[in-house]
Ligand binder design. Structure first.
Ligand code: GLN
Length: 375
């Protein structure tokens, strides 16, 4: 086996979902909705299938989808993207992250990641032969220490990965924080990968893509997908946008890893993205209600919970002396509620052992049933 792959373990999300099923527990662990995506979007996919859009798609993604993606960056963020050269459609954000790492990193390059972080970052960086340099976001506010971040930068730093809104903490980075990261990138000439898959899941704050800050578009790869926004995580329609020469490199990896993404789902998304405004209002209201339901319920149960400004996750800080993995096991076995031990998101600090993550992308009944179990 590859020496790198030999070190990989099963993803925590698969592990916890399996444990939830085995223990007949309510699954608030892995981040996916337990309800279906909108019927009108699903109907668009069946329409595309019935219109014989079932062969290989163009490797970059069908043009109408690339145009719809560019159209949305313009209207939501006033950000101009050339659909011909600055967008590539990928199998979810996960493949975009992988192709970015493989496309721009060389062995020996260093990549700064803000921990806690999504598990695929580490694997993608390691597969590219580069070195992960973690900088810890400090609980309970999950701010980074500017001096610590500066100290992490070396002449080998090639890339910094920021996830905004942030899984698992629910943090939305402030403009000042993005400016700090951006200035470091400018001064030290490294790229930024901005993972924005939760871009439409914010509560009371607005999302602003990193690439829209001044000239950061020249060095930022923006990654997003439709999994969270449309509650269709199984469709795996994602993308990377960025400077043309970077997108070309990302596409060079994509064409030899999957070549192209499922065609009917691309057609459905091409249409859905430009017609999503009404849906978005309802989507945001639903998630705000779910968030408040979970947070107030957990507080009533005596949990010390975070106040997420984004994503569909909330963190609970455990009582002194408890450890996340044991606590999660206890909740699954005794309370029949599955969550995620957050140490899985850390490689440097042990702060993760003091927290667990709840997902509220669930039916209200599911959240109510979980809270009843926890009480
Ligand atoms: N991003 C989702 C989560 O954080 C899981 C995705 C996956 O299972 N790989 O729960």
């Amino acid at each position: 086996l590859s020496n790198t792959v030999e070190q990989f373990k099963e993803s925590i999300f698969s592990t916890m979902t399996k444990m939830a099923i085995e223990n007949k527990a309510i699954n608030l662990s892995q981040g996916f909705p337990d309800f279906d995506g909108p019927k009108w979007v699903i109907d668009l996919a069946s329409k595309a299938m019935n219109e014989n859009k079932n062969q290989y798609a163009p490797s970059m993604g069908i043009l109408p989808l690339r145009e719809a993606i560019a159209h949305n960056y313009k209207r939501f963020y006033d950000f101009t993207v050339n659909p011909l050269s600055e967008v590539v459609v990928t199998t979810g954000a996960t493949e975009a992250i992988f192709c970015t790492c493989m496309g721009i990193l060389n062995p020996g390059d260093e990549v700064i990641v803000l921990e806690p972080f999504y598990d695929s970052y580490l694997a993608s960086i390691q597969l590219a032969g580069a070195k992960v340099v973690p900088v810890t976001l400090k609980a309970p506010n999950f701010n980074f220490d500017i001096e610590e971040l500066k100290a992490a930068v070396t002449s080998k730093t090639k890339l910094l990965i920021v996830n905004n809104p942030h899984n698992p903490t629910g943090k939305v980075f402030t403009a000042e924080e993005i400016e700090v990261i951006g200035n470091l990138a400018r001064e030290n000439d490294f790229y930024i990968l901005s993972d924005e898959v939760y871009e439409f899941l914010t509560f009371g704050v607005d999302h602003k893509p990193t690439a829209t800050y001044g000239d950061l578009a020249n060095r930022t790869i923006t990654i997003s997908s439709t999994g969270k926004t449309f509650g269709l995580t199984g469709w795996k329609i994602g993308w990377a946008i960025g400077p043309a020469h970077i997108i070309k490199a990302i596409h060079n990896v994509h064409q030899f890893s999957t070549f192209a993404v499922s065609q009917p789902f691309q057609w459905a998304m091409a249409e859905a993205l430009v017609k999503m405004d009404e849906y978005l209002v309802e989507f945001k209201a639903d998630y705000l209600r779910k968030r408040n339901l979970l947070i107030s319920g957990l507080k009533e149960c005596g949990f010390n919970v975070s106040n997420p400004q984004g994503t569909y996750f909330a963190m609970a800080f455990l009582p002194e002396g408890e450890n996340d993995v044991d606590y999660c096991k206890k909740l699954i076995v005794e309370k029949k509620v599955a969550t995620i031990p957050t140490s899985a998101f850390y490689i440097k600090s042990d702060e993760g052992t003091k927290m667990i993550r709840f997902c509220f992308a669930k039916k209200d009944e599911t959240l109510e049933a979980a809270l009843a179990n926890l009480k």
